[in-house]
Write a protein of this length. Structure first.
Lengths: 139, 436
């Protein structure tokens, strides 16, 4: 399990940049980012290297920020690997609310991040299937 | 046709009737309505002090807030058993403004509406479609009853449902439409969009409009969409005074004739309360004459207008009030419904997930009023997912709907993104121009 930041942003030019620029000023490293098309506002999801400090910093600048646990899974960069993980979750009856992947991880294998309402079960079925879960320290 | 002889009396006779009824009204309200008696006592005015119409200005004002302070029926002068009808309109806060009628009050009211219908050209030949919302608002049932008195065939259609409105207009041979002017424009444009030319394909030729003001540019537009044959007039009233039936335009279109044997109009400076000379613009203050359930003396309408006393070409001698030129307070009229920003504030302040700052934007889109309320999200727990944010939006919209009786648009924004004000906040932006 890792921590994810959710930030409320309006659909306006520059609104995502205002978040990233605050994080840059605070010397916080962004590992992953995701946002989807919605009519008026969006929830920007971020994985950063210092989530607690990022939340305090953004909150003090007037943003609404939520820290949440999400599951992150390391996948080998091979055909069919993502499909295999999703198959495990599907068979376990786990519903994925949203899913996104890491942008940069140096030489390490790609990581997928996903959100579900049933973490315990998700972790269990993934571990049983031998899928590698990632903790903050492994990022 | 002129409905009542009282509409054509020489000024001296109108004033004689007014003075006689005023004296009775003042004694009646002093005796029956404790909150107003207290006001008179505080001002040191006695019923006997009213010996001429000029003495009216000695009497204390009644405000919309008096209805709130005496909610629901503390201003009533009769017992419940004497009432035959209640109506209610917007209050400045959560509680509505409740009004009541005895059988005589209803008779007086609907006769006054019949006068207004006749001013606008209605006769017993007409088939009248009422496109005001029915319910506790006075507009629909007022025009309904007044037109029945005239002998017209009334269709109690209610508001909205444009498809059904159009079907009845076509199939029932409707000749007269009662609506807010903005809805009438919307409906007319819908007809045109379906290839229906009201001047050729329908029998419609009269529009009786109310609930909101009709500007001259709106009247011009009305002729463009409904045709040149369409005689459209507007009328004025408010539930506290009785409902519609206080004043109406005749087909000369030179102001709204006030039913002066039932209502004494004054124009005052809204800041000082001082009575202004005839012809000057200010806040309209109305004293109701002869009402049994809810007598009202010097009621502050909040509407800004001007009075004209010259007799009209139509033959009526009653004073006319000009098109309203605005409000002395911050009340908004949205789709014919009165909205006070304090009502909105009251709803928003009870919702913990949003901050205390808000903005109200009013626009007219496709001829209809759209009110958008912008609020700041402050609760991070809602960021778990979009479902929670959608639920919050639904919760706020539904609370506003039940408070205002109107659907509103809602916009959630980040904290600190709305303008902050030192001193009096300017939260309302009204982009409607000339009602178009």
């Amino acid at each position: 399990m890792i921590q994810q930041l959710s930030v409320f942003v309006e659909n306006q030019p520059g609104s995502i940049m205002r978040v990233t620029s605050e994080l840059t000023d605070a010397k916080i490293n962004i590992r992953a980012i995701a946002s989807f098309d919605t009519p008026e506002f969006a929830i920007l999801r971020l994985v950063v290297d210092q989530p607690e400090r990022a939340k305090d910093d953004l909150t003090s600048k007037g943003f609404v920020v939520r820290l949440q646990k999400v599951i992150s899974v390391e996948l080998k960069d091979e055909k069919g690997n993502l499909n295999q993980m999703l198959e495990v979750l599907a068979k376990g009856g786990i519903s994925i609310n949203y899913i996104y992947s890491f942008v940069i991880r140096g030489d390490k294998a790609p990581v997928m991040v996903f959100n579900t309402d049933d973490y315990e079960k998700a972790e269990k079925v993934l571990k049983e299937a031998g899928v590698k879960l990632i903790d903050e320290a492994d990022l | 046709m002129i409905w009542a002889k009282e509409e054509t009396l020489p000024r001296a006779e109108i004033e004689k009737i007014q003075l006689e009824k005023l004296k009775q009204t003042v004694s009646y309200i002093y005796e029956k309505v404790a909150p107003y008696r207290r006001k008179m006592e505080e001002e040191g005015v006695k019923s006997e002090d009213i010996q001429s119409l000029a003495d009216l200005k000695k009497l204390p004002f009644t405000y919309k807030a008096d209805f709130r302070d005496n909610y629901p029926d503390g201003l009533f002068a009769v017992e419940k058993r004497d009432l035959v009808r209640y109506h209610a309109s917007s209050g400045t806060t959560g509680k509505p403004t409740v009004v009541g009628y005895t059988r005589n009050d209803l008779e007086m009211w609907l006769n006054n509406v019949a006068r207004i219908a006749c001013m606008g050209g209605a006769t017993s030949e007409d088939v009248a479609q009422i496109a005001f919302g029915y319910g506790t608002f006075t507009g629909a049932l007022g025009l309904h009853g007044g037109l029945e008195k005239v002998g017209a065939s009334v269709i109690p259609m209610s508001s909205g449902n444009t498809n059904k409105q159009i079907m009845f207009l076509q199939d029932m041979g409707v000749t007269l439409l009662v609506a807010t002017p903005s809805y009438a424009l919307h409906l007319g444009e819908e007809l045109r969009a379906r290839g229906i030319d009201p001047s050729k394909d329908l029998k419609i030729h009269i529009g009786l409009f109310g609930g909101e003001g009709m500007t001259e540019p709106m009247r011009d537009e009305m002729h463009k969409v409904w045709g040149e044959q369409f005689v459209c007039t507007q009328n004025y009233g408010m539930s506290e005074l009785c409902g519609p039936g206080v004043a109406g335009e005749c087909t000369e279109l030179c102001g709204m004739h006030i039913n002066e044997d039932w209502f004494i109009p004054e124009i005052i400076n809204p800041e000082t309360g001082e009575v202004l000379p005839p012809g000057e613009q200010g806040e309209l203050v109305i004293t109701c004459l002869g009402k049994e359930a809810l007598p009202l003396v010097r009621y502050r309408t909040g509407d800004l207008t001007r009075l004209m006393y010259e007799p009209c070409k139509c033959g009526r001698t009653t004073a006319r009030m000009e098109n309203l030129s605005g409000r002395a307070d911050d009340m908004l009229v949205i789709r014919g419904v009165n909205v006070f920003p304090t009502q909105i504030e009251e709803v928003l302040f009870k919702i913990d997930e949003i901050g205390p700052h808000y903005e109200i934007l009013v626009e007219r889109k496709n001829r209809l009023d759209v009110m958008t309320i912008t609020v700041e999200l402050i609760d991070d727990r809602l960021l778990d997912g979009y479902t929670k944010l959608n639920e919050l939006e639904k919760k706020i919209k539904s609370a506003l709907k039940s408070q205002l009786g109107l659907a509103t648009q809602l916009r959630l924004v980040a904290p600190n993104s709305l303008q902050r004000f030192e001193g009096k906040a300017k939260r309302v932006t009204d982009l409607r121009k000339d009602g178009l």
